[in-house]
Design a binder for this molecule. Sequence first.
Ligand code: ADP
Length: 515
Amino acid sequence: MSLYGNKIMAVSINEICENTKLAREMALTGNYDTSGVYYQSVVQQIHRLLASIADATRKAKWQLVQQQILQEMEKVKATSNTLQLFKVDTNTERLLGTSNLSFEEPTRDPASWPFSNIDSNWSQAPARDPDVWPPLTPAEQKNSRIQRNQQKQIPRTNTRKSLLSQAKKTDGKQIGKKDDKKGIRKDDISKDKTENEKVDLDLEERKFEPSGNDRDLVELLERDIVQKNPNIRWDDIADLHEAKRLLEEAVVLPMWMPDFFKGIRRPWKGVLMVGPPGTGKTMLAKAVATECGTTFFNVSSSTLTSKYRGESEKLVRLLFEMARFYAPSTIFIDEIDSLCSRRGSESEHEASRRVKSELLVQMDGISSNSEDPSKVVMVLAATNFPWDIDEALRRRLEKRIYIPLPNHEGREALLKINLREVKVGSSVNLTEIAKKLEGYSGADITNVCRDASMMLMRRKIAGLKPDQIRQLPKEELDLPVSAADFDEAVAKCNKSVSQEDLEKYEKWMNEFGSS
Ligand code: ADP
């Protein structure tokens, strides 16, 4: 008898198709918030489906589909973002007598809108710029009305929140139910659908239910710490090939070849990423979770010791219980040094001592529980201050890898990644700039690129009033970044890691490293 109150639930390819179709239709008709909910639901469904697929080829195919859906979702998000730029001042509208032009504002519930960070100040409908948004054709208007009506009819409670919780609780089952089958796009998903629709896997919707009175803490964990789709891929990370290889070996291979990773070859219980700040440690952890399709628990040590003071040990215990339940899982503990300052040192807080003891106990639990490597729970920790970590924890973080400052090639690759969406002038020589950025961390280089790409805009708006700024044509601002812009940005942004720090890392790695 299961402790967790499991429910029988189907991950249906058909529903994935239906929800994808709806997400696209909603996006096409301008209902971005609803579209976001559907996209999220699709991603979650695929995530769950992936957990049930053993065949590597089929899994890879679905991972590709998931990636494409995430990219689409990003595009919708970007479009919604762009529309924000065309926000019209209602007073101006009233003065111009054009207020009747604004269209119905969608209801937005920040809890359910996945792009809520860009929407927190959304107070009115974005104006439709005819260049960006040509007027809807009568057919489109009709379609949009139908969509809206259907949207109202889907769940009984018609709020975005209920839509999302519905999507979460029922894996989008309700949301996807529609009769209209016209216009389904014959894409990759549909192909796989024909292959699989007979199967319509009946899987268990596994929802973690705590045994005691810890429901609140579990909800906190679900809300703040479980990150469903970190959405960082290996390709988003420049350089760091050796770190990527080691992480793949530590996390991915044990899941793919469970029979091999047994006994002496058992997976590592913990991997510690050591290195200067801003070198991509967090990105690597996120990429591990995305690329491996593991459930990602993103915890910062300071969160454990401050936000949940008093309940911290319990939180650590629940965190590992949940990770085992949703395995394969990756628990990423950032700034682990702040939790594990040397035992007995004066700075050691009583609370953090208790949290640390619990963490040690739980990590020991992982290794004794590793008969099935496909159910692996992997602790990935990161620190900028490895010398502060005590011996007991260091021993449990068996693999200790160094994440260095980028080398010349890495810096050039980083420049290219950062400038993917920006026009770059022909005078710009990235190899030369990479040379000038020796000693800069990845985060420093990102800052340089951000700064360089804003230079022109800063010059253009200097001394202008808000109204004049709003009237500036987009083409005037979106000109290529020049070599001079880069020179100015490099001169302004200093490197954040000193030679002295680098020597300290080298010394520590010589003594304790194990890559
Ligand atoms: P850390 O965890 O090591 O302090 P992060 O992973 O949080 O560093 O990286 C901070 C930022 O720096 C990232 O958001 C990204 O913009 C940039 N960055 C750092 N290293 C890389 C890299 N190797 N590839 C791409 N971007 C990077």
